[in-house]
Design a protein around this ligand. Sequence first.
Ligand code: NAP
Length: 277
Amino acid sequence: MPSEILYTSVNARTKLLCVLGNPISHSLSPQVMNALISFYNLNFFYLAFAANDLEKAIDGLKEIKFLGANITIPFKEKILPLCDSVDPAVEEIKAINTIYFDGEKLQGYNTDIDGIRSALVNCIDQIDRYAVFGAGGAARALCVALKSKSGILVNRTEAKGKKLAKEFGLEYISLSNSTKFMQDIDLIVNATPVGMAGQTVSTIVPLSWIKKCTFVFDMVYNPSVTRLVEQANEYHKKVISGETMFLGQAAKAFSIWTRLEPSLEIMMSIWREITHE
Ligand SMILES: NC(=O)c1ccc[n+]([C@@H]2O[C@H](COP(=O)([O-])OP(=O)(O)OC[C@H]3O[C@@H](n4cnc5c(N)ncnc54)[C@H](OP(=O)(O)O)[C@@H]3O)[C@@H](O)[C@H]2O)c1
């Protein structure tokens, strides 16, 4: 029984972790992190909170001595000024998804970039040109990870898309125009929520682009097989899954809090257990 597990493993010395976001009920982080905690037999516990006021939430975590937290939408940028120090990756990405309370000092990290790097590890050398759909925090982390490559950025909101494209030397194409252009690209990345469970539009990438590329990376990980992934499979493209990125960023966050470094194999086996795949 789950209650028996709680009675025997949670006590007055348990170190607390959580994810802060809003909404948060869809998050799979509690299952993944608690499975890792259990795997390493640590006296830790990981929760999820839907906060309204980030500053008050952080003060609360500090006051009751949380060890750290994951930070998700809509707080990834808002958390920046609340940190006492940030990791160099944060300076470039300008967003934080992991915090660590070092005594009274709050340290900020971005582990999405670690997730992206682990997802792309086997194909990075084969990529010259890439196309990214989206201009939010995840797209920015991708641009930082692929800084040495050239490419195209497609976004719904022109001003936001143009700004990010300019910063990373990419060509901007508006979403409404994207079907008109045939692009020679090695890697296509969806860094928007399009394709996620509950979204009305199922895909954002023109089929003509998919047909010409080599790799397709969908950052969406719920469902694990999105319409974009289905189309990429239909055309025998090499698919990079959002799950690999999710598990890579989770593993890095876990190592910031615990100094333990779970391998991708451990992460994948935990993932299969949680998702019953
Ligand atoms: N696998 C992982 O570990 C992982 C980690 C982080 C994020 N993600 C995925 O990446 C997605 C983006 O995350 P984020 O942090 O970058 O979010 P974000 O900062 O809110 O940015 C979202 C981007 O998606 C675009 N967008 C949103 N809805 C759209 C729609 N219906 N049609 C076209 N474009 C749309 C937005 O365009 P506008 O500029 O026009 O608003 C914006 O550029 C998430 O939803 C998630 O699926 C995955």
